[in-house]
Ligand binder design. Sequence first.
Ligand SMILES: [Zn+2]
Ligand SMILES: [Zn+2]
Length: 344
Amino acid sequence: MQAMVLKKIGLLRENEERLALENLAVPQPAENELLIRVSACGVCHTELDEIEGRTPPPRLPVVLGHQVIGRIHTVGAKVTFFQPGDRVGVGWIFSACGSCRFCRTGNENLCPDFKATGRDFHGGYAEYMTAPESSCFAIPDIFSDIEAAPLLCAGAIGFRSLRLTGLTNGMTLGLCGFGASAHLVLHLARHLFPASRIFVFARSVNEQKFALALGATWAGDIGDKPPLEIDRIIDTTPAWKPVITSLAALSPGGRLVINAIRKEEADKNVLLQLDYPAHLWQEKEIKSVANVSRTDIRQFLELAAAIPIRPEVRKFALRDANIALAELKARNIRGAKVLFMHPG
Ligand SMILES: [Zn+2]
Ligand SMILES: [Zn+2]
């Protein structure tokens, strides 16, 4: 099978061809696993964090990709629910211990033994992959394969982020950064909290226009002063400046939720501008999001189908994964980027 393989950690700006197209053997499913013929795989900012070593895979080479849609080819001997031919999706959660206090309370994303798809185990930048049945999800019929892919991470983690903000209808919501996840959160928030006004902070004018077209109340650059204080903000950027500017924009008692697996080092010195009275006093809070639990994915897919959410997607052939990643790095973003494996 064809796969785009990461063999060596390094910065994208030093080599934009970080992944190599290779022919690998089709994997065999273990007894609790499914063998999936992959049709689409979303491209996530986390792949850049893996490639550049901020959250490095424990073993190389590895096949990246954790927003996978495909059809079951064969099932392991102990698989009970799914059957060959079923369409399934796989997200970042590949496995967790199942017995620690986090796993027992539905927060297996916080499990010390958490294993990630496309980092700890091979992911979906390939024609086939295996995954435990317990981490595979049925995909609602209304979504095409390409549309469904970004729901598995960008959408599901957006859903968890929105939940962790504690937003209630009528509170103001800010979205700092407007990539794959934020544009889905905007859809979601407009549906769940119709009385809430939504303010979008994005670097590029195109992203700002896109946000307004999707129903944002206001859009401006990161650091621009919004017309109102904001009660809850979700930051999806890899930079530090948005942490400071978001805290400044928060209302008393406001909360900033950072939806990023890692922040980059480039502008870290901006944190020295952190001013207690302006940014933290008045009971402002900061919380991070550590990706998703299985329940988040399940609930989000159901909700996305009911609304319905239609992700804006751009297609790339599997062999063009490096191009998609370079565009993501350059923050050339409109909606979500998705690799497709088979023509048609
Ligand atoms: Zn992701
Ligand atoms: Zn656990």
